[in-house]
Design a binder for this molecule. Sequence first.
Ligand SMILES: Nc1nc2c(ncn2[C@@H]2O[C@H](COP(=O)(O)OP(=O)(O)OP(=O)(O)O)[C@@H](O)[C@H]2O)c(=O)[nH]1
Length: 317
Amino acid sequence: MDAFALKQSITNELINAIDVGVVVLDSDFCVEVWNQFMENHASIKPADIVGQSLFSHFPEIDEGWLRQKSVPIFNLRSPVFIIWEQRQYLFKFGANRPVTCGAHHMYQNVTMFPIIGDNGEVSRFCIMVYDVTDQALSKLGMSRLNDELKVASRIDGLTGLFNRRYWQERFEQAYKLAKRREKPSTALMLDIDHFKKVNDTYGHQAGDSVIQSLAHLIKRCVRETDLAGRYGGEEFAVILTDSAVDNAVTVAERLRRLAEHSQVEHEGQIIKFNISVGLAEFSPLCDSPMEWLERADQALYQAKQTGRNKYCVWQEQ
Ligand SMILES: Nc1nc2c(ncn2[C@@H]2O[C@H](COP(=O)(O)OP(=O)(O)OP(=O)(O)O)[C@@H](O)[C@H]2O)c(=O)[nH]1
């Protein structure tokens, strides 16, 4: 075997041994080389595809798109890269381990580069297909996990409402928005009356059920665009966006009445509870978000001082 034939034979061996898809196409996208990887994954033998159009075997490949993508290979002699984040795959191959890895198809990174002939012209090009399924799934899994963690870090575990830290973050935005807009918004602070007695009489778990029950009522009464959060143990804060205090008192009264008529069942016992509510409409005179919220808190204090199981609206004096 002469040196050229030896080199040719080694090249063929290598092309078939590597765990990467190798396809050589002429300028009309007819297949010239189809390696073992491609045969294994496409279940098409080289003899059944060489000399034929790639598109006739893979109708799922967008012909116009791939032809357009390959223009720089011929015009500029530059390679082209397609990563799985842009397009999950070029060839629709099944995943190697669909059950254990959880993917329905193989994610691929693809490199296409020109093959320059003896005459210096580019009349064919090579496509290399890399199986990056594991890498893609771990990145996708990681970003899903991050999204879940982000949601979990904002939600109060007991009630499913926003926790205090996230609620405050959103409240600051609501305050800025209220400052810029003409439409009024109203802050509500709610607190369960004599809640210590509920805990002392029925136990802490029963108390938790009461808190959950009130959270459920709040979710029922406010709009999706409103901002509801668990502010402390048995204290909740709600911003009713685009609601003047006249409308907000209707919501507060509905909530108060729902609480008054609700019954929480805990280990065969029926627990009844009441709430007090403080309301304060946004005023441009509030120099900070906390000043606005403190007004609602002062109104809540007044409701507690003047009998509980009622709402009070903040007033200047
Ligand atoms: N079960 C339960 N109790 C809590 C939780 N967080 C705070 N508490 C209890 O809530 C009670 C709040 O009591 P107080 O602040 O004295 O208020 P109150 O008894 O509701 O009285 P008023 O608000 O004045 O009507 C305390 O006993 C806390 O231990 C919680 O997550 N679960």
